[in-house]
Design a protein around this ligand. Structure first.
Ligand SMILES: NC(=O)c1ccc[n+]([C@@H]2O[C@H](COP(=O)([O-])OP(=O)(O)OC[C@H]3O[C@@H](n4cnc5c(N)ncnc54)[C@H](O)[C@@H]3O)[C@@H](O)[C@H]2O)c1
Length: 357
């Protein structure tokens, strides 16, 4: 098979994982990395031995040999301009969630990709979680009959909330439950969300950036299926970036309960006390293995480009997810259910809420 030149822009936590996965792949001809923090650039350079390492992403954009770009930058406001420049330059793009901060930005990225016939996907890594893949298969095969209700409860450690609070004010539903809205809508397709009602509760995060610790959202689908997703960052900081998730899917013919709390791996050391290794949302490299979803997801996108196959996550789907969590944000603010797709009235409420930030 043909090999390609690839680049990762933003080699922090997730970008570092992606760069390491690509450095190990036989599908990669040359790896290029870009990071604005010189010390982090050096670290990832030592780890991945790239063909080039730069502080300026325009070096990636202007290099005609680079076909595929992974964008893993923060703060999240950087996603749209960098993705736009890469798509305009004819690169295939995997962009971490969120697709954008504004719906018009998401629309522009989708149009650019379509117009230039480029693969464009969003890093909803949970699609590559084997438990969630099993849920999709079970629903598709009709094992559960007609799905009646899906419940997802996802809690992360508060040090992750604190990291996010330092860079952006995006709510728990926009930053964390977004993964669950994505995969639940995928499970339930072709049903579409028509209404969302959400409530948030304050705790540890309020003093950091005014955010809720947790939000719970109820989404009604157009076939009547009820989706309830809750998520946030109020677990004690016992293990960095720990994530525990519990999923219940009930249908007319069966139920599927998935324990994704990662309490099956328990490490206790004198120095650090109890930890739950391999329990973060992206997962981690463990010598010759990748424990989790981001490694396989990274290679899947490369294969989608090389084999001209559609990537797992369509950007239009990511946009539908975005509209749903924005609806949840409006609902939590107003205390009222919000219809989906968003009406002009809801969009103007959203603009008011952003202006007041
Ligand atoms: N799929 C998942 O499971 C998952 C998990 C965590 C985070 N994420 C998403 O991935 C993204 C990255 O998160 P993270 O935790 O890795 O963040 P991070 O802060 O650890 O890394 C981001 C890096 O981007 C760099 N950067 C910023 N602007 C840049 C630019 N113009 N050019 C080059 N580098 C630049 C920063 O210096 C930083 O090192 C976030 O948007 C987040 O929403 C996804």
């Amino acid at each position: 098979m043909r090999q390609v030149e690839v680049a990762v822009i933003g080699t922090g936590w997730c970008g570092g994982i992606r760069a390491e996965s690509l450095a190990k792949s036989a599908l990669v001809d040359k790896l290029h990395i870009c990071e604005i923090k010189p010390e982090r650039l050096k670290e990832v350079e030592a780890l991945t031995n790239p063909a080039s390492a730069t502080l300026d992403y325009q070096d990636i954009v202007s290099n005609p040999n680079i076909e595929v770009v992974y964008i893993s930058t923060t703060p999240e406001g950087s996603h749209y301009p960098i993705a736009r420049d890469c798509l305009k330059a004819g690169k295939h793009v995997l962009l971490e969630k969120p697709i954008a901060l504004e719906l018009w930005e998401a629309d522009e990225l989708i149009t650019l990709a379509k117009r230039n016939r480029l693969k464009f996907t969003i890093g909803y890594s949970q699609r590559f979680n084997s438990k969630i893949a099993y849920a999709k298969k079970s629903v598709a095969e009709g094992k559960l009959g007609k799905v009646v209700n899906v419940m997802v409860s996802r809690h992360l450690s508060r040090n992750l909330g604190a990291k996010i609070a330092n860079r952006v004010k995006l709510s728990p539903v926009a930053m964390e439950s977004t993964h669950d809205l994505d995969f639940v809508f995928w499970l339930l397709a072709p049903a579409k969300p028509v209404k969302v009602y959400s409530q948030g509760a304050y705790g540890y995060m309020k003093d950091l950036n005014g955010s809720y610790d947790c939000m719970w959202s109820t989404v009604t689908m157009d076939d009547g299926t009820l989706v309830v997703v809750g998520g946030g960052w109020n677990l004690p900081p016992s293990y960095p970036n720990y994530c525990g998730t519990w999923i219940e899917i009930t249908g007319t013919e069966g139920a599927l309960i998935l324990d994704d709390t990662s309490r099956d791996n328990w490490l206790n050391t004198v120095k650090d006390g109890t930890q739950y290794p391999m329990s973060t949302m992206p997962g981690e490299h463990v010598d010759h293995m990748f424990a989790g979803q981001m490694g396989p997801e990274t290679i899947h996108f490369l294969e989608s480009v090389l084999l001209d196959r559609e990537p797992m996550v369509a950007p239009e789907h990511a946009r539908m997810v975005m509209e749903s969590y924005l609806g949840a944000d409006i609902s939590a603010e107003t205390g009222e259910p919000v219809g989906l797709p968003l009406s002009n009235h809801s969009l103007s409420k959203l603009a008011d809420m952003k202006a007041a930030l």
